[in-house]
Ligand binder design. Sequence first.
Ligand code: IMP
Length: 430
Amino acid sequence: MSVILVVGMQWGDEAKGKIVDLLSEKADIVARFQGGPNAGHTVVIEDDEFVLHQIPSGILRGDKECVIGNGMIIDLRGLVEEMEQLRERGLQIEDNLVISEGAHLIMPYHRLLDGACEQLRGKRKIGTTKRGIGPTYADKVSYKGIRVCDLMDETVFARKLEFSLKEKNFLFRQFFRLKELEFKEIYEEFLNLRDKVRPYIRDTRALMREAVQEKKNILLEGAQGTMLDVDHGTYPYVTASNSSIGGVGAGLGIPPQKIDHVIGVAKAFTTRVGEGPLPTEERGKIGEILRDRGNEFGATTGRPRRCGYLDLVVLNHSCWLNGVDHLAITKLDVLDTLGKIRVCTHYEFEGEILHNVPVSTEIAERCRPVYEDLDGWSERTSGIKRYDELPDKAKEYLSFVSNGVGVPITIIGTGPGRSDAIVLESLFQK
Ligand code: IMP
């Protein structure tokens, strides 16, 4: 048995969904521990593309227990729609989906507040997904959140909703000059949604404890990436949760020493959606090539992603913070046409060399990336499944990355399909 964490090394969108899908074949349980519908995990199976926002990607296997942990925040309307879509495509969710009674609910006022705050920030906007993520976590840590278990009790739900609406409607009316929200409308909608999810609700803390004690194979599916972690990312251009390993204990109730392996997932280049520092960003032709070849458009919002070369300063930071012992490098094939491939090895800031990601965003924004230039391979790697079939220059590129961070590369993604990958080591033991 093993507990394996799959975590993003960059700013999200590293193709974690594909890695989770690959590894979930041998898993008994796939669990998410943070974030909400801001995530978009795309998995391609034959000609079918699935984009999952809240349900763990393991659901596509049909026989895995898929857990929405207490550290996640849930948009019930979206979740019910996602469940419907999976059912329509013939997927079995009845016996497989489990929703934590401790997870917090994203309420309509959270979504409204998210949009209104973004507008207020003007030029310094975060570029959020406008799914209500920040305001929901803010209510959680200021003791005003509404949890799934609260919704199970109509009286508690009504009391909490009434209290929250009083404050939020004051803000909407007096500060944002927006229309107030109606108690009755929200109350009725949520009770209706509750009936659709009730059979799936459980104490996932107890479930995870039993699973670890019964030595099941457990896959922990991170969302977003380490550079979006509220503590270790490029604050304030982050998401509101701990998207690195720190979120596991809080968001599922698994003690850290029970995690056997940490697989850090990084693209062979860098992307970011939304605002904030991105030292290796390529605003010209290279950026366009990466965006076009990698189809780099947000799975949740459709926004074009900002693209650039791989940043080893970021990768080093994320490998250390998460205790990564295996790397998955995805989308290698996107680099196939580049004659020269640059890799950022350190930054320069006002004449000083930096090997660490600066804590200050203002400094990070002004860092100049320093590159090492490697030869491209100018050969097609799409769909390659064996390491020895890769061009030598592609192997050199991968070695350079692996040596740069001192972590072996165990999985290499060579295309969007489920089987477009080179797997060098199978980590789950049955
Ligand atoms: P929020 O999580 O919607 O509040 O957005 C905060 C920041 O995180 C924005 O820059 C978003 O673009 C980014 N973000 C949130 N979720 C994801 C994701 O799944 N992939 C990539 N970026 C994300």
